[in-house]
Design a binder for this molecule. Structure first.
Ligand SMILES: Cc1cc2nc3c(=O)[nH]c(=O)nc-3n(C[C@H](O)[C@H](O)[C@H](O)COP(=O)(O)O)c2cc1C
Length: 197
């Protein structure tokens, strides 16, 4: 797939098939993330790749319980409110049952930690699309990256003491008739461009 086509046809997938992601495809996605640029070439993004259904379920349960404890406040980010409300209802699975969740973390005090992880996440989304896999950026673990219970659980999975979660990515085959991700190009109505000649 041409790069421009991969960029234009990349869409978020939120309904996943249980089908396992082949190891060679997963490796290519992770390598695409690892080859993203980083500030000062620091290469400090840490990829924690979770494929265990049991661990993913346990993590989803903890996330739901922790969101359910939170109060909704005025001006709170809309998506966070939706996560809290769904969690209070008891039917929230933040990673959409994807068979793979790639958590990106970076050094806590490093000024480019989120920017570097964002570059890696975008590279991985494009690679997933090129490999006929769906993906979706998942921000819930970032919102909970100060939550003691979530952090303790992630540390058991390999998060280091000097790292903070910046974002994560659900990856898997789309549960569509064709098995392919939705690739309908979405119109741009924002993102203004100012040319200065
Ligand atoms: C920084 C960032 C955070 C996002 N967080 C979430 C999320 O937590 N859950 C989710 O379902 N989608 C999340 N998304 C996906 C966006 O909702 C999605 O990219 C947007 O609606 C445009 O749709 P498209 O990806 O299909 O083009 C996130 C995207 C970005 C860039």
């Amino acid at each position: 797939m041409e790069v421009y086509e991969a960029i234009k046809t990349r869409r978020s997938t939120r309904i996943f098939d249980k089908k396992e992601v082949e190891r060679d495809k997963l490796n290519q996605i992770i390598e695409a993330g690892r080859f993203a640029p980083s500030g000062g070439n620091s290469q400090s993004t840490h990829f924690i790749v979770i494929q265990s259904e049991e661990i993913l379920s346990e993590l989803a349960e903890i996330v739901m319980e922790e969101f359910a404890k939170m109060d909704i406040t005025e001006g709170m980010y809309r998506s966070l409110v939706a996560s809290i409300n769904a969690s209070k209802r008891g039917d929230y699975v933040f990673h959409y049952h994807a068979p793979v969740l790639i958590v990106t973390a970076n050094k806590t005090g490093y000024g480019n930690n989120i920017a570097d992880c964002a570059c890696a996440l975008e590279n991985m989304m494009l690679m997933a699309n090129a490999l006929d896999l769906g993906s979706c950026w998942i921000n819930q673990l970032k919102w909970l990256n100060q939550n003691e219970r979530v952090v303790a659980f992630l540390k058991r999975l390999g998060l280091n003491d000097d790292e903070i979660v910046c974002g994560s990515l659900s990856v898997g085959y789309s549960k569509s008739e064709s098995g392919l991700p939705n690739r309908q190009v979405s119109k741009r109505t924002g993102n203004p461009v100012t040319f200065v000649d």
